[in-house]
Design a binder for this molecule. Sequence first.
Ligand SMILES: *[C@@H]1O[C@H](CO)[C@@H](O)[C@H](O)[C@H]1NC(C)=O
Ligand SMILES: *[C@@H]1O[C@H](CO)[C@@H](O)[C@H](O)[C@H]1NC(C)=O
Ligand SMILES: *[C@@H]1O[C@H](CO)[C@@H](O)[C@H](O)[C@H]1NC(C)=O
Length: 361
Amino acid sequence: MKMKNLLCVALSLALVLGLAKSFDFHESDVGSEKSLWDLYERWRSHHTVSRSLDDKHKRFNVFKANVMHVHNTNKMDKPYKLKLNKFADMTNHEFRSAYAGSKVNHHRMFRGATRGNGSFMYEKINRVPPSVDWRKKGAVTDVKDQGQCGSCWAFSTVVAVEGINQIKTNKLVSLSEQELVDCDTKENAGCNGGLMEYAFEFIKQKGGITTENNYPYKANAGSCDASKENDPVVSIDGHETVPANDEAALLNAVANQPVSVAIDAGGSDFQFYSEGVFTGDCGTGLDHGVAVVGYGTTVDGTDYWIVKNSWGPEWGEQGYIRMQRNISDKEGLCGIAMEASYPIKNSSENPKPRSSPKDEL
Ligand SMILES: *[C@@H]1O[C@H](CO)[C@@H](O)[C@H](O)[C@H]1NC(C)=O
Ligand SMILES: *[C@@H]1O[C@H](CO)[C@@H](O)[C@H](O)[C@H]1NC(C)=O
Ligand SMILES: *[C@@H]1O[C@H](CO)[C@@H](O)[C@H](O)[C@H]1NC(C)=O
């Protein structure tokens, strides 16, 4: 009953987005070494992963262990399911260093940032809708893919800025993570991690951020293209921090705009998350930046956050994860309520387009 409902959510989204079906496997695939090897070959061709023959045997051992983890977890009665996604032949350690940003000094990445100035504009709100989905209101762009670059912080920042810009101007404009990766280098570290609050401050100081089209994503850090940096298209007026360890405060903020959050994404259930409401074990070692773009409650009464990730649309529920909300730990699941922040944009004004020769006539 529970899973049926979840499946329908995933299915209708898949239809809307027109995505190819995911990679499935069965009991018979895990029966023998031979069937596992065939499964590995099938997985590699599905995800177009090429490995040298030498590497392949090493990777196969990792793959087998991951297959068993996914298989055994899915047999348990958990509200979420796992799948063999593109991370299926990476160890959890490799996964964490490549995608969850743990190669970055943790304190540099997620501590000591400007904590806004202490004010919280959504403090006095005492009624919010039972559910909100900013995707349905047209405030969220398609899921993006950070690739093997620790730029989650830039993606998280951009989701929140794209969101508030759409809310204020009614226009959804995809914005440039690459500008942040290349140009916001004073405190942030490109593919080696960064903080959303620094990035909001950078965008404010620069008078705005340019578009994805103008400064497309490359998944590696390069030198700053100043002409693009000096072509801001969407501006913000500042940022604020959601009071820490308070899911009710986070709810007030998300009811009003998409919010950047830091989470602990290093667990293997997170690595292989497929669908459902994630209730898995994770700590509060914040190592990943994502954005909350809504919330709701399942028919069986489980409260969840709708979280946009930046690992491409094949991961999770078409690139999203629903994470359990309203839990007894005040930090929230995976520390989601510990370091939430959002940009302020108090008018619908954006920078004037750079004058072109034609305008000057
Ligand atoms: C914080 O920001 C608010 C709103 O912009 C402002 O009214 C207040 O004076 C600021 N406080 C400090 C300490 O800067
Ligand atoms: C949190 O859960 C409790 C039940 O455990 C429920 O009464 C309450 O309304 C929930 N709060 C929110 C904000 O969803
Ligand atoms: C927008 O916010 C900034 C910073 O809080 C403030 O200086 C500015 O006056 C505000 N503008 C409007 C139109 O409210």
